[in-house]
Design a binder for this molecule. Structure first.
Ligand code: ADP
Ligand code: MG
Length: 819
């Protein structure tokens, strides 16, 4: 995020300044520290909201610039014992303009636009993504205007439209002509008809003058945009494929081959047209997601129910959602029950049971119940908007494979052009037959076009990323897909990943004079200040039993071990064996009983001794077994990493079938374990994305699951599984591998065709229109091959695992060991 200042008008109509800034915070070793910093920042004068993200190591603070500043905020965090720096982005990254470019039909055009724009004054950086059709311009200083960019793109023969911050359904509704009514289609069809006419006249034996006219018309109709693009490329000092085609066509006419010269341009234009039609459809697929959000929301304003545009819904406002309506906002349910289809977010079409306090997302489809939802995000910040934004960003990114292709193309094309020049000049000087060699060199110019090669990677990536997003899998870029395809080991976090992460207390054994309720109350008093799943279970059980919890001081989480706090004059410890010194035999006995059935036993005690054992059970996810088995079928080794004790870990490991179990790991041991696995083969680590951040970052691919709604966790991961479904993991790996296979096929096929045509040209067997046909035909084949990745990417994915779909939440209190 950038350091941005925006005035906000409060509902009372009084305008007050609000600025936000982001700090990078280092040294937080637990989620609790994040809470501490948050609380401390919030007490500072002028601070409106402070959000500290433990996983990302960042703090987002919004404040009144009249009362405090980034330096004061930084100092406060430092005073708490952490290192902090304010993220001040360099001047030139602060502003960035994005445009949708229409009419780009080849990777080459993207390069031409890019190079042309770089020559505009006041441009700091330009990125054109052929895959997503998005142009990003970073201006330097104030010289450049958005209009200048738009008109520069127009001069090149393309159309650029400024992208709005909020992808709105209204933009989608803009009328686009049916494909057969588009101007290019009509022109090219006419050109083809003229060509047929010319060819007929020629065959009938009429004179050159009669056939030349229709051929010329055909050339102009099909070729003028090509020539214009070529001219722009020349101005940008590039020899792009438009230029090569134009020279080839003009050259053919120069040596009297009218039919061939015009057919080159017609075939080329037809290829580009088909290309545009297919690729733009792919690009629009993701934008279509946006259209899923309703434009209006039903709210209560001045005593009456009214429908207002979603953009006007305030955070905290109550929105009414009627049965079978799409939910218009992200929010928390305050009243009502329903089954909601969240497939637009998670890819899972089986409805989720929603009740008060459940989170709902804009674009989900409400079931039979009416809901009242308290809005928690602005319309442009919803989870869906975030997904769309990230997908577009990912589609614009380049994968390592593409770097190779780009490098190859940048060497290959000039070499072939030089060869063509030599063929028309040097060779005829020695062996004669100028016309014959000129013709061969024209064919070579066409063969020099690396078109199919250049689009071999981006189209596949765009299709893969788009298709994955519809299945609830968010790839953060082409590089993430490549890395995931190479993965040979998957490391699972145990709690919350292989298990549901919603443990329940199953046994309480006192080994002291305390009764079970007293023991539980004591533990809960300490755990109330922790966010660990075990802590939540202990507190929930105490609440269920209606126990009163004592006030505690200096509550502190001890990552990977437990928690501690002062109760009166006593320091109470709750956690694993590691927290305590020697453990008496009868306590060890109580521990082992639970652990050997896969439960986690937590010790409660003081410096004086152990007071008792609380056993919690975290049920294994119904999908874990299937997901692990599918991964083994994909020759992926599975490893479980956990901080839990070895007996419980071993039991759970056996239940889900992972091949390797590593237990009693502290958070830093998990990082070491990943690094060690990584030395053998690329590793993907999957976790809940919050307390596993360091391990996720260490693995080649960090996968966060069940993260719909948690923007920070999505941000930190390489791959985000929106749904809380382990079955999505093998789906993601399969898709990544399939994408890489398709990219390799595309690259290999494009290269082979080029080599064949190079040989044929020298052997003198081929001709111009065959060479063009091969080039554009190959581009289309590459595109269609890539589009195979979209297959099956419907919004409702059938569950991949036999057990999926059972309502897992209902089994939360069942002990894990029950089998
Ligand atoms: P995992 O690897 O399964 O996510 P953690 O690293 O979070 O586990 O914790 C490891 C072990 O430390 C737990 O199994 C538990 O015994 C103990 N522990 C950690 N935090 C707490 C807590 N707040 N209360 C009780 N025990 C805790
Ligand atoms: Mg964990």
């Amino acid at each position: 995020m950038t350091l941005s200042t925006y005035p906000s008008t409060s509902s009372t109509g009084i305008s007050e300044e609000e600025t936000s800034c982001r700090l990078t915070v280092a040294g937080m070793d637990c989620a609790d520290c994040a809470k501490t910093i948050e609380a401390s920042l919030a007490t500072m004068p002028g601070v409106h909201t402070a959000r500290v993200n433990f996983g990302g190591g960042t703090a987002n603070v919004s404040y009144d610039p009249a009362e405090t500043d980034a330096a004061a905020l930084t100092q406060r965090v430092q005073a708490l014992g952490y290192s902090a720096i304010a993220d001040t982005p360099p001047e030139n990254t602060r502003r960035r303009w994005q445009f949708d470019v229409a009419g780009m039909d080849c990777g080459d055009c993207a390069k031409t636009i890019e190079m042309g724009l770089r020559r505009l004054p006041g441009v700091s950086d330009v990125q054109v993504s052929f895959g997503s059709g998005i142009l990003t311009v970073t201006p330097a200083g104030e010289v450049l205007t958005e209009e200048a960019v738009v008109s520069a793109v127009e001069q090149a023969g393309y159309r650029a439209v400024t992208r709005s911050d909020m992808p709105s359904p209204a933009v989608e509704a803009a009328p686009t002509h049916a494909w057969w009514r588009q101007r290019r289609v009509i022109e090219t069809t006419l050109a083809a008809l003229f060509w047929v006419l010319g060819f007929g006249i020629e065959q009938a034996g009429a004179g050159r003058v009669f056939s030349a006219i229709p051929f010329l018309l055909a050339m102009v109709l099909a070729g003028y945009p090509v020539a214009r693009a070529a001219w722009y490329a020349v101005k940008a000092h590039r020899a792009d494929m438009n230029l090569l085609m134009t020279i080839a066509a003009v050259g053919a006419i120069a040596i009297g081959r009218w039919d061939e010269g015009s057919s080159v341009l017609i075939l080329f234009a037809t290829g580009l047209m088909l290309q545009t039609l297919t690729v733009e459809r792919t690009r629009r697929a993701i934008q279509a997601l946006v259209a899923l959000t309703p434009a209006e929301a039903l709210v209560l304003r001045s005593g009456a129910e009214r429908r207002i545009p979603v953009a006007e819904v305030a955070i905290g406002e109550t929105v009414y959602v009627l049965p079978s309506e799409r939910i218009p906002v992200d929010g928390i349910v305050i009243e009502g029950q329903s089954a909601v289809d969240q497939s637009s977010i998670t890819g899972e079409s089986i409805p989720v049971e929603i009740e008060p306090d459940s989170a709902v997302f804009a674009s989900s489809i409400n079931g039979d119940g009416s809901l009242q939802v308290r809005s928690t995000k602005r319309a442009q910040d919803t989870t869906l908007a975030n997904i769309v934004h990230l997908v577009e960003e990912a589609q614009s990114s380049k994968a390592p494979a593409q770097a190779f292709v780009d490098r190859f193309a940048s060497i290959y094309t000039p070499i072939v052009i030089v060869a063509a020049l030599l063929l028309t000049t040097a060779v005829p000087l020695v062996v004669g037959d100028f016309q014959g060699w000129l013709f061969k060199s024209l064919v070579l110019l066409v063969v020099a076009c690396p078109c199919a090669l250049v689009i071999s990677t981006p189209v596949a990536l765009v299709a893969a990323i788009g298709s994955a997003s519809r299945r609830g899998v968010l790839f953060k870029g082409g590089a993430a897909i490549e890395a995931l395809a190479a993965v040979r080991t998957v490391a699972f976090d145990k709690t919350g990943t292989l298990t549901l992460g919603r443990p329940g207390v199953s046994d309480i054994t006192s080994t002291s004079t305390l009764g079970p309720d007293e023991l539980l109350a004591k533990a809960a008093a300490v755990e109330r200040h922790s966010t660990h799943p075990i802590a939540l279970a202990v507190v929930a059980e105490a609440e269920r039993r209606g126990l009163t919890l004592a006030e505690v001081r200096d509550a502190q989480g001890i990552p990977g071990r437990g928690a501690q706090a002062w109760v009166g004059t006593e320091q109470v410890l709750v956690g694993s064996r590691r927290l305590f010194g020697s453990i008496p035999a009868e306590v060890e006995q109580a521990l082992l009983v639970g652990e050997q059935t896969g439960k986690t036993a937590v010790l409660v005690g003081t410096a004086d001794g152990i007071a008792g054992v609380i056993t919690v059970a975290d049920p294994v996810r119904s999908q874990s077994v299937g997901a692990v088995r599918t991964l083994e079928d994909l020759s992926v080794r599975t490893v479980m990493l956990t901080g839990d004790n070895r007996f419980a870990a071993k039991r759970i490991g056996e239940q889900v079938g992972v091949s390797d179990v590593r237990a009693e790991l502290l958070p830093e041991d998990k990082v070491t374990a990943i690094a060690e696995l990584e030395r053998k083969a690329p590793v993907a680590m999957i976790g809940d994305g919050v307390n596993d951040a360091p391990a996720l970052a260490t693995a080649s691919v960090g996968i966060a699951m069940g993260v719909a709604g948690s923007d920070a966790a999505i941000e930190a991961a390489d791959v985000a599984l929106m749904g809380d479904e382990l079955a999505q993991l093998p789906v993601a790996i399969r898709l990544a591998r399939q994408t890489l296979t398709i990219i390799r096929q595309n690259i290999a096929a494009s290269l082979v065709v080029k080599v064949i045509f190079l040989l044929l040209t020298f052997a003198g067997i081929t001709n111009l229109w065959l060479a063009v046909l091969a080039d554009t035909g190959m581009s289309l084949l590459v595109t269609f091959n890539s589009l195979r990745l979209l297959r099956g990417a419907t919004l409702s994915t059938p569950p991949a695992q036999p057990h999926s779909g059972s309502s897992e939440g209902a089994t939360t209190t069942q002990p894990a060991g029950a089998d």
